[in-house]
Design a protein around this ligand. Structure first.
Ligand code: SF4
Ligand code: SF4
Length: 58
């Protein structure tokens, strides 16, 4: 289950979130970010995204 929501239309594929994730849960594929199963929902990536594409759920 994904603990972070991604607005794919906002994602520019910059990779800032990938580098910020302490769990290595994010990866870039086809110019957009993908959230993997290792995500713990910490929200660090949401703060790192310059385009407001990631949001912590709950
Ligand atoms: S919420 Fe935390 S663990 Fe999940 S993808 Fe973002 S930085 Fe990584
Ligand atoms: S930081 Fe934001 S715009 Fe950049 S790859 Fe991640 S989700 Fe996409």
């Amino acid at each position: 289950m994904k603990k972070i929501s991604l607005d794919i239309k906002r994602c520019r594929g910059c990779g800032c979130c990938v580098r910020s994730c302490p769990k290595g849960a994010l990866s870039l594929g086809k110019g957009k970010v993908e959230v993997g199963d290792k995500c713990i929902g910490c929200g660090v990536c949401a703060k790192a995204c310059p385009f407001d594409a990631l949001r912590k759920e709950g």
